[in-house]
Design a protein around this ligand. Structure first.
Ligand code: GCO
Ligand code: MG
Length: 431
């Protein structure tokens, strides 16, 4: 019997106390479980929220590969226990409750922990409704998410060949990273084994001047070779100084990039409005942001063209869809993060938003290994340069725990690859 407040007709109204009690049906969270697995090389942290309805559970991705175990502790010791016994349909309430529980804001660790649970709750809600997640979010604004793939190399002829091959496989958008002689460059995979090992072991420095001298020229040379019917993108990986960013934007103009990603570190993002004067290259920013409010100044001042969101880092779909709406109001597009360290569960949540949000622009789409695809039945892979949501209730992606046990992460977990990168003078290079 309900003892809570009622309206004049005698129906229960929402009260500040445990108002989920007034619901007729008693769907409840019974367990929150976490799994650490590494079918892709990098560690994935998968969250499974179980309910008292037989067979009804949700999956979430809490994969920050740099701090995976710390995130697992947040879910296991702090957020999971808070969730037990609650109605998983109250996503907004639960999100606020878990967010507030830390008092101090959570950064990427808190964001990933929250996202693991948040996405699992959306999965549950959509499964319970019998709808694919994008349908629950409001339905389709498009039938698929246009995606970009990655190539890298040092020689323009070699890179142009790779771009053409990607184009032939259906991708109209290709991210190009350029290797530098004797210096580190993000996203490149030198074929020379000794050079590859030196880069992996951080024995070569970051060299901003070499980057400025070589990368814009190479991108222009690639554009000359591949012609105009393919879009080229580039990721500066937050490594340039504001002055170098202006020079890069001006120099790279003839390459007609689709966008230039993360040209500055988050700490320098106040410089973005000044980059507009340097050239017309569309700017994407934000893969390191862990709070939607970090984008606001950049969006409302129209200083960026693409918000580079990572749903796990941002705290899940609940904040991401609000940010997507802000982007829509200000004419900024979404360019969601999708390298191999976002699991297929994270990708499915991202694709649901991509096909639903009018502000969607472009989706990053790394390839998954066979082991990853086996572990996550329903994994969304690119088809003809696009990602299509799975037409099943919820995320449409499942998780095979037995396969996961066969792919334990390496010990100790790699966590220092960004910290070890140095400038030529020996100082630490900040991404
Ligand atoms: C990108 C990214 C990633 C990150 C990685 C860090 O794909 O645009 O910059 O590759 O470096 O996700 O863990
Ligand atoms: Mg990036």
């Amino acid at each position: 019997m309900n003892h809570g407040p009622t309206d004049p007709t005698g129906s229960p109204i929402l009260a500040p106390a445990p108002w989920h009690e007034v619901r007729e049906s008693k769907l409840r969270v019974t367990a929150v479980r976490t799994f650490l697995t590494a079918p892709q090389g990098c560690p994935y942290l998968i969250v499974r929220v179980e309910t008292n309805e037989p067979g009804l559970y949700g999956l979430g991705c809490a994969s920050d590969p740099q701090r995976t175990r710390a995130i697992r502790t947040i879910v296991d010791d702090y957020l999971g226990p808070l969730l037990l016994g609650r109605d998983p349909r109250d996503i907004e309430d639960i999100h606020r409750l878990l967010l507030n529980s830390a008092y101090w804001r959570g950064g990427s660790l808190g964001g990933n922990a929250l996202a693991g649970i948040d996405v699992a709750l959306w999965d549950i809600k959509a499964k319970a409704a019998g709808l694919p997640l994008y349908d629950l979010l409001g339905g389709r604004a498009r039938h698929a998410a246009t995606a970009y793939t990655h190539v890298s190399g040092s020689d323009p002829d070699e890179i142009a060949g790779l771009v053409r091959a990607a184009r032939d496989s259906g991708f109209e958008h290709v991210r190009v990273q350029v290797a530098l002689p004797g210096a580190d460059a993000y996203g490149t995979h030198p074929s020379d084994a000794a050079q590859a090992a030196a880069i992996a072991n951080r024995q070569v420095p970051w060299d901003g001047e070499a980057y400025l001298r070589i990368v814009p020229k190479t991108l222009i040379a690639v554009r000359d070779r591949v012609g105009d019917d393919v879009e080229l993108l580039h990721d500066a990986h937050e490594r340039l100084t504001p002055a170098q960013a202006r020079q890069f934007i001006s120099a790279v103009e003839p390459a007609r990039l689709f966008f230039l990603e993360d040209v500055l570190s988050p700490e320098d993002s106040g410089h973005f409005p000044h980059l507009r004067a340097a050239g017309t290259v569309p700017l994407a920013m934000g893969e390191l942001f862990s709070d939607p409010t970090q984008y606001l100044e950049l969006i409302t001042s129209r200083s960026i063209d693409y918000a580079r969101i990572r749903i796990p880092t941002l705290g899940g779909l609940t904040p991401a869809r609000k940010l997507a709406a802000v982007c829509e109001m200000f004419g900024v597009r979404l360019a969601p993060h999708g390298p191999g360290d976002v699991s297929p569960v994270g990708r499915a949540a991202t694709v649901a938003l991509d096909v639903n949000a009018p502000s969607f622009g472009i989706q990053e789409a790394a390839e998954y290994t066979d082991a990853t695809k086996e572990m996550f039945p329903g994994t969304i892979s690119a088809r003809q340069g696009a990602l299509y949501p799975v037409e099943a209730p919820g995320l449409g992606v499942d998780f095979d725990e037995a396969v996961a046990r066969r792919h334990p992460p390496t010990a100790p977990l790699e966590h220092d690859r960004w910290a070890l990168l140095r400038n030529r003078d020996g100082s630490a290079q900040r991404p």
